[in-house]
Design a binder for this molecule. Sequence first.
Ligand SMILES: C[S@@+](CC[C@H](N)C(=O)[O-])C[C@H]1O[C@@H](n2cnc3c(N)ncnc32)[C@H](O)[C@@H]1O
Length: 291
Amino acid sequence: MPSLAVMKVLMRELMTSQRVQRTPEPDLVMDDPEKVADYTAAGRENGVMAPVYLFHSAQISRVIRSGDTVLDLACGPANQLVQVARLNPDCQFIGVDLSEEMLDKAEGLIAEQGIRNIELRKGSIDDLSAFANHSMDAVMSTMALHHLPHTGVLQETCKEAARVLKPGGGVYMADFGRLKSAESIDYFAHQYDHRQPALFTLDYFYSLNAAFSLDDLKAAAAVFGGDVRVLSTFLVPFMVVIMSQPRRDLPPAVQTGLQQLKDALPDYHQVDLADMRTFFRLGGVASPMLS
Ligand SMILES: C[S@@+](CC[C@H](N)C(=O)[O-])C[C@H]1O[C@@H](n2cnc3c(N)ncnc32)[C@H](O)[C@@H]1O
């Protein structure tokens, strides 16, 4: 059951006449060492992002198949990518990011964990000319599209992703959606103040203000064709996913891996994960496992 505070946010979003304008991220590419360090820490060792990554890992694992080559758009410090790659050792992953600082962190994590199925490339996700048409079995991206400067680049990014994807390939791209009211943005930005560094809160605040609207994301994702849907959390598109139909049932080894990761989460993250599952399920995104 969502908390009273979250219910208030939902009511406000449904009733408000406000329409907060999008403000692009001040740091489109994340190169500031301190911010990169905070963001990286938030995704590791039960940081505030842990339940979010786990939710996405389960979803991504359903749109990829054994033997696939998977492109991660704006992989950042590879917290998400490493988790998915560990769960799916029979797939090959390529992470692309524009930030040297992020790619350094990603390299460090990959080395630390002895991961062998990830390759990193420096590049911009709206120009995937390094990759041939129909060369990828699947495309993934998490919490990154809001870093793009405007809808034109968002559309170009989806166009490029669709170009490199094989027909019938898997798609899972998740990001924040734009909230209507400034108070709601404030609520979510500060919700976990006690569990995260101040700089991460500020970064999160900027991210929510830079989120594209559900309509912008739907317009950009239309290039993938009818099999790819754009779905969001129930009632309020706080989080949005652009996703293809699942391409398989989760193999037992992946199920076990996900379960172990979930069991290792502290109780407060289990609550966050349950809320995320509920809001997405009601929005039409069923989550395998993780119950
Ligand atoms: C908030 S991080 C998300 C990282 C990762 N996907 C995750 O889920 O943790 C956003 C990332 O997008 C990268 N980025 C921003 N614009 C980009 C672009 N045009 N091309 C490639 N990467 C970009 C930033 O450098 C940063 O690493």
